[in-house]
Structures are given as C-alpha cells and as structure tokens.
Design a protein around this ligand. Structure first.
Ligand code: AMP
Ligand code: MG
Length: 419
C-alpha cells in the first residue's frame, strides 16, 4: 500500500475508503479447507458441498395411530348395520419388522410408529373398531393410505438434505442425524489469536497502578469473535517491542488460522509491528477514511491473515465490524458478510469529519413511524460505554459534515433485536 505523507484528517485526502479496504482484505481471505466434523462440532458451520440423502425419510411406512392394520378393499361394504369382521393374525410393534402379514379378511394390531405389515394399506384407529382379541368388527369403509405415514414422504433417497453454502442450524442438524449423516463436510470455525499490545496495559485481574490501562480490547475481541462463530484464543498482553510481538505470534502460529492485535498501529508505534514480521510476513498499514478506526494494519504472516487494529477501544469494535468480522465469516464459508442495515431517523444532530465515513454509536428503537436512532454518547474513540449502550452503528457518509436531527441514516445493526 502506498503511503502518503501529506494527508488531512478532516478532508480525507489520501485515505482509502472503507469499502475498498474491506475488498483488499477479503481478496486475501479464503474459506478454510472443509473437514468432516461430528454434528455437535458442525453446528453453526457452513456445509462445503450439497449433502445428499442416502435414504428415504421416513425409511419405512408406519402407523400414525394405535389400531389395526387392514386392507381397505376388505372394508368397502362395511356399514354400522352390517359390520365386517376381520381375523386378527398378529401384532406389529415399534422398532421391529412385523412378522405377521395381512391377508384377505385379516388384520394386525399395530402401535403408533410401528412399521406397516405387508399386505396392509390402511389403519383403523382403535376407537373405531368393535370387539377385540382375535376378531374385530369394523363399521365403516376406510380410504387406502388412511393413517399410514408413507416412506419417503419427507425426503427421497438422492434428495439434497442441505445445500452447499447453508449454515447448519438446529433443524438441519436434526435432519442430518435422522438421515444418518453424522459427519457432514463443513468449513470449520477459524481459531483466531488475540493479542493486546502496549506497555501500559495490565490484565483486568491485576491490581492497578496509576497510569496503567486495563486491557479491554482482548475481551471485546473475544466476544465479537465468538459471536461471529470463530474460536478466539487470548494470547495476552504484548510489550511494545518487536521481539515480544514476534515471540508471541510465532508461539501461536501452529494453531492459528488468523491473528488480531490491537494497538501499535499509530504512526509513532507501528515500527514495532513492522519490525516484528520483517522477512516472515507482510503487514501493510492503511489509513482508512473512517472514524473511528483510521489507522489499520493488515497482511499475511506465514500465510495467515494478521489484523493490526488501532488501540482505542471503540476503534477496535468498529474495525472488527468493518474488516475482521467479514473476513472471519468468509473463512467460515459464509456468503452474507456484512451486517443487515435499516434506515432510521436521527433524533439528534450528529457531527462528523467531512472527509470520512463516521460510524456513530446509536441506539435504534422501532416506533409506529419506523426506526429512530439516538446517539449513545460522544465521538471519542476511547468511550467504550457508548458502544455498550448501542445496538447499531449509524453510517454518516463521507461528505456529510453534519447529519441533522430528523435526517434519515443507514444503521448497521450489531445486536439481535431481542438482545
Ligand atoms: P495505540 O493504538 O497503541 O496508540 O493505543 C491508543 C489508545 O488505546 C491508548 O490510549 C491506549 O492506552 C489504548 N489502548 C491500547 N490497547 C488497549 C487495550 N488492549 N485495552 C484498552 N485500551 C487500550
Ligand atoms: Mg500502544
């Protein structure tokens, strides 16, 4: 990426757009090679090829009622004043191949879910018969197929159970289990190593000395990665020196599918990241026309994506949403990579830098006249509580210095409405 020394923060001159940055990132991301995983691990993963059924579902015709399996043709002339008597020749039980067959003038007692015995084509529910033991009387004709669950009614052998590209949710998992597909071929969840860089950082569990900063980014990223479907691995805090960064990254390299670091990409600090990967990776630094989150690092380290996010907590969240999340979803074989957007009416003025896209933290609420977006606090990229109170990022496009109250804006929703 070419670097421009002369740029102007507010005009956006010399900055890459968010979309272009995302495209450059996504161009280097491939879905992870598919694996056959057990259903419990494959839950939430995207199938890598059409999953075909090797069987009919249901696999055998069964009874939908407790009663008697009969031949409909035997009962054509049955009437309340002229019942037809059938000879009971056996029982059909659940989970067993019926031994008895139903010949002319015969019936077999059957339980709900039991396979239909050969020769029968209808079920008379127990409450519709008279008698019992080895003789039953039936008062009415029955249609062929009545109360019979035919085999193959749900799925035919060779049908597509789950198409390529579909994510395995609850019903798909149940369907695959039912069809005897215990190890579907899916794109696995990426294992993403999370690092926090900064000499001032301490873990939230440690006692605090004035001037230190508790590492919040690792936890924001942990939650965001997990929510996106990845497997986050916290690698802890790394000092601002190339050796520490290099040692940490390479100690996790074998298990990593990607890395996300925060901090150390501002102009004064990025030399650390550059020096750490010299020769073994290629991390570029971008200035993106967005606020927050202007400085971004991205590249491949030993062939694995490395995201160098800025250190400010809000920038981390927004950068994750714009670049890391779509990349993680692509690695998982997902197709829809960006968040759903709604259009909302701003309840207050939102000022932004003219030359950048501003992502304003807002709470959107649905009212009788559509969605309303209310900013949750100031613009500062250190104000993490403003994200915690928000459920969306309002997109104030480049070129808009001020989005006035009452104007309509696009909002990317990052929480499900029931959360
Ligand atoms: P940097 O991008 O490293 O210059 O960091 C920008 C600001 O974010 C500084 O005030 C840092 O102290 C703060 N910061 C960096 N990393 C973290 C972190 N992991 N958790 C909380 N704040 C951080
Ligand atoms: Mg730093």
């Amino acid at each position: 990426m070419s670097e421009r020394s002369a740029y102007d923060h507010d005009s956006g001159e010399g900055l890459l757009s968010v979309e272009e940055t995302r495209e450059r990132v996504l161009a280097k991301i491939e879905p992870l090679p598919p694996l056959e995983l057990p259903l419990t691990d494959a839950s939430g993963c995207v199938v890598a090829a059409d999953v075909l059924s090797g069987v009919d579902l249901p696999e055998f015709a069964s009874s939908a009622m407790d009663g008697y399996a009969v031949r409909a043709a035997d009962l054509r002339d049955a009437a309340p004043d002229d019942p037809i008597e059938l000879k009971v020749v056996g029982k059909a039980l659940i989970g067993q191949r019926p031994e008895a067959t139903v010949g002319v003038g015969e019936a077999v007692q059957i339980a709900t879910g039991a396979p239909i015995p050969a020769g029968a084509d209808a079920i008379i529910p127990i409450e519709d018969i008279e008698g019992g033991g080895d003789r039953v009387r039936i008062l009415r004709p029955v249609a062929e197929g009545k109360h019979v669950r035919p085999s193959g009614e749900d799925v035919k052998q060779g049908d597509v159970l789950v198409p390529k590209g579909k994510r395995l949710g609850a019903p798909e998992l149940g369907l695959l289990a039912n069809a005897g597909v215990p190890h579907p071929l899916v794109h696995p969840r990426p294992r993403v190593i999370v690092l926090s860089t900064g000499d001032e950082l301490i873990p939230p569990t440690e006692s605090f000395t004035f001037g230190q900063v508790r590492d919040s980014n690792a936890y924001t990223l942990f939650g965001a990665l997990r929510e996106a479907g990845a497997i986050p691995v916290l690698a802890g805090i790394v000092k601002d020196d190339p050796e520490s960064l290099k040692d940490t990254v390479f100690s996790y390299e074998i298990q990593a599918d990607a890395f996300v670091s925060s901090g150390g990409v501002s102009v004064g600090e990025r030399d650390v990241v550059k020096a750490a990967f010299f020769g073994r990776g290629d991390v570029d630094f971008y200035r993106v026309a967005m606020q927050p989150g202007m400085p971004q690092g991205f590249g491949l380290v030993e062939g694995k994506p490395f995201f160098g996010l800025p250190g400010n907590p809000v920038s981390v969240f927004v950068s994750f949403e714009m670049f890391v999340r779509p990349a993680v979803l692509k690695m998982m074989g997902r197709v829809q990579l960006v968040r759903p957007e709604i259009t909302a009416t701003l309840s207050e003025d939102v000022a932004g830098p003219k030359g950048k896209t501003q992502f304003a933290r807002v709470e959107v609420v649905r009212g009788p006249d559509g969605w309303t977006a209310t900013p949750t606090g100031g613009r500062g990229s250190n104000l993490i509580s403003t994200v915690a109170r928000a459920n969306g990022l309002a997109v104030i496009p480049m070129g808009t210095g001020l989005a006035p109250a009452g104007s309509r804006v696009k909002v990317m929703l990052f929480r499900a409405s029931e959360d």
